[in-house]
Design a protein around this ligand. Structure first.
Ligand SMILES: [Zn+2]
Length: 186
């Protein structure tokens, strides 16, 4: 039936648009994993289903394509045809990204965005190193904050998340060292 074929075609297109295994995301995942970070993918219970979630770091990482998320960079060009359609669509995506980040921040999550263009060519190594540095920095800063708070009330959001396989071992006083090369190998 024509309808079925149309539907199949549409769902194929949607699947490719929302593919979770896009190359930029794979680059980030492989790097983090090799450096000892453990994470969960496309967390369904956090706003915006972040691509990579590091619970131990209370950090959600979005790996964004420059076109779909309207990055202000050389890689982004509005198509010459149906320009208004694309502008509206991409504006909507941008607004949603901002909203998702605000909601995550309100829940006490750090939010990092890695752009596709930052993973291309020579920029890639620097981007990945910065990401690793930022994660370790977040970890240490969060521990500092915790010790200086009058009462150590856990944030609601963390408790609402089910136990994750990547968060191995129980932490009591937040005294784990930040991940390093070779750490947390299974
Ligand atoms: Zn870009």
């Amino acid at each position: 039936m024509d309808n079925d074929r149309e539907r199949q075609k549409r769902s194929r297109i949607m699947a490719s648009i929302h593919s979770r295994d896009t190359r930029p995301e794979l680059i980030v995942r492989r790097y983090l994993f090799a450096r000892g970070f453990r994470f969960r993918l496309a967390h369904p219970r956090l706003p915006g289903r972040p691509d990579i979630v590091l619970r131990k770091y209370r950090t959600a990482i979005f790996v964004n394509g420059c076109f779909w998320h309207g990055h202000d960079c050389k890689a982004f060009h509005l198509p010459k045809t149906n320009t208004d359609f694309w502008r509206r669509k991409i504006d909507r995506n941008r607004r949603r990204d901002v909203d998702v980040q605000r909601r995550l921040a309100e829940m006490g999550w750090h939010c990092l965005t890695v752009w596709e263009c930052e993973l291309a060519g020579e920029k890639r190594n620097q981007t990945l190193l910065s990401l690793e540095f930022t994660l370790n920095h977040i970890y240490l800063e969060d521990r500092k904050m915790r010790y200086s708070l009058p009462d150590d009330t856990p944030q609601m959001a963390a408790e609402q998340c089910p136990a994750q396989s990547f968060d191995t071992g129980r932490r009591s006083a937040g005294d784990d060292p930040p991940a390093q090369a070779g750490a947390e190998k299974p």
